[in-house]
Design a binder for this molecule. Structure first.
Ligand code: FES
Length: 153
């Protein structure tokens, strides 16, 4: 058994240590916001937070996250919408939506690191999160709006 904490709740999972965190979240725990995109940590659709850092869950072994705090989109707002989620809605960011969990998780990590990001900061940090619908401009606008809500510029 491996114990992991997801969105504040402890879980015991009976899986092999090599199983990717993404598989555990989706198939063992029924937490489906992280998406399978490329499977090689190149697209960002599976991004979750592990101890506050954005991590590609398709390439994170479950044994390596045991005892750490995993946060998915279901847990970011703690019962209410996170300011980044609010900004995403206000600016109608998603198109098909497949990549958007990863975009939001990465954007939250960005704002925790850089509360007042420039366009260049946003481009640098968000460049590993691909959007096949090309919503990048609305993502930038929403991140600036969320920064303002959260006390940045
Ligand atoms: Fe469709 Fe990003 S909204 S892939």
């Amino acid at each position: 058994m491996i114990e992991i904490t997801v969105n504040g709740a402890k879980h015991q999972v009976d899986v092999v240590p090599e199983m990717p965190l993404l598989w555990v979240l989706r198939d063992e725990l029924g937490i489906t916001s992280p998406k399978y995109g490329c499977g090689i940590a190149q697209c960002g659709a599976c991004t979750v937070q592990v101890d506050g850092s954005a991590v590609r869950s398709c390439q994170a072994r479950i044994a390596d996250v045991a005892g750490k705090q995993v946060t998915t989109l279901e847990g970011v707002g703690k019962g209410a919408l996170h300011p980044v989620q609010q900004a995403w809605i206000e600016h109608q960011v998603p198109q098909c939506g497949y990549c958007q969990t990863g975009q939001i998780i990465q954007a939250i990590a960005l704002l925790e690191l850089i509360p007042e990001p420039t366009d260049e900061d946003i481009n640098n940090v968000m460049s590993g999160n691909l959007c096949r619908c090309g919503t990048y401009e609305r993502i930038r606008v929403a991140i600036h709006a969320a920064a303002a809500k959260m006390g940045g510029k």
